[in-house]
Design a protein around this ligand. Structure first.
Ligand SMILES: NC(=O)c1ccc[n+]([C@@H]2O[C@H](COP(=O)([O-])OP(=O)(O)OC[C@H]3O[C@@H](n4cnc5c(N)ncnc54)[C@H](O)[C@@H]3O)[C@@H](O)[C@H]2O)c1
Length: 268
């Protein structure tokens, strides 16, 4: 059976400098040491082969990065993300427009049997409440049309949560299209992670919501634990797994869906 083995492969990671991305570079090095190309604002300290300084909020910068990437690519990890402490346009660009645009731009270079794995979030768990909106957005072709659709629109929730909902709907919607290319697409949906970004979520989501999530899950998930799930999803070990948004929250969302846990506290 195929395992989590990246030997001889080439992978692309966005946001590899800190947090989950830094953990992913370590995990990949331990699982076959693939050739790793990182797109980030800052060069990672962790193991990588090629660093392309890229501001993912800028489409031209993404085009310039793509022009420097040689295929074939076994896995694309769309991991970079920012919180609502950044401006709305930046959050929408980095968390939503960039992963979709980069995936489309690299698609011709992703090999048959390859995979796209995105770091979404448990913050996107309410995607079904806005499914028609997400599908309408995703039907807009290209960066500019999506940006125009988003411009000034009431998103019905925090911008960050909306972007992570869209990532989950995109993961489900694009499974069919990518299946036609022999490529899988999935996401990891973590509860609060012990990374530099988590302090921003305390600021934007408030202590009550964050402490509830952390206490319900038992603790924060580590960047390395999320990286292990991403490494699985990007590898042939996950053959036949596609279109899935996998919660990595110690069962927190499952407990909420089944009424075993509510915002006021545990029922059982
Ligand atoms: N920390 C949490 O509690 C949490 C929870 C759920 C999901 N997530 C998601 O996990 C992913 C990784 O976040 P993290 O917690 O490791 O945070 P982090 O801040 O440690 O890492 C984010 C990475 O993205 C890079 N980045 C940010 N803006 C960029 C830009 N404009 N262009 C290029 N690179 C950019 C940063 O330099 C950094 O390397 C994000 O998508 C985030 O939304 C985080």
């Amino acid at each position: 059976m195929p395992g989590i083995d990246y030997s001889g492969k080439h992978v692309v990671v966005t946001g590899g400098a800190t947090g989950v991305g830094a953990g992913l570079l370590e995990v990949l090095a331990e699982h076959g040491k693939p050739r790793v190309t990182v797109l980030d604002l800052r060069e990672p300290a962790g193991p990588h082969d090629v660093f392309i300084e890229t501001n993912l909020s800028n489409r031209d910068a993404i085009d310039a990065a793509v022009a420097q990437i040689d295929g074939p690519i076994a896995a694309l990890f769309n991991n970079a993300g920012v919180a609502d402490t950044s401006q709305r346009d930046i959050v929408l660009a980095v968390n939503l427009l960039a992963p979709i645009y980069l995936t489309d731009a690299l698609l011709p270079q992703i090999e048959q049997g390859g995979a796209v794995a995105t770091t979404a979030s448990i913050a996107g768990m309410a995607w079904s409440q806005r499914l028609p909106q997400h599908l309408e957005l995703l039907a807009q072709e290209g960066w500019d049309a999506k940006a125009k659709w988003l411009d000034g629109r009431d998103l019905g929730t925090q911008t960050y949560a909306f972007t992570k909902e869209t990532m989950q709907v995109w993961t489900m919607r694009d499974a069919a299209r990518l299946r036609g290319h022999g490529i899988r697409i999935n996401s990891a949906c973590p509860s609060p992670i012990d990374t530099p970004l988590v302090k921003d979520f305390f600021e934007t989501m408030g202590d009550d919501a964050m402490n509830f999530s952390i206490e319900a899950a038992g603790r924060m998930v580590t960047g390395r634990e999320v990286a292990m799930l991403l490494a699985y999803l990007g590898s042939p070990a996950a053959t036949f797994v596609s279109g899935q948004n996998i919660d990595i929250d110690n069962g927190m969302r499952a407990s909420m869906v089944t009424g075993m846990l509510s915002f006021g506290g545990a029922k059982a």
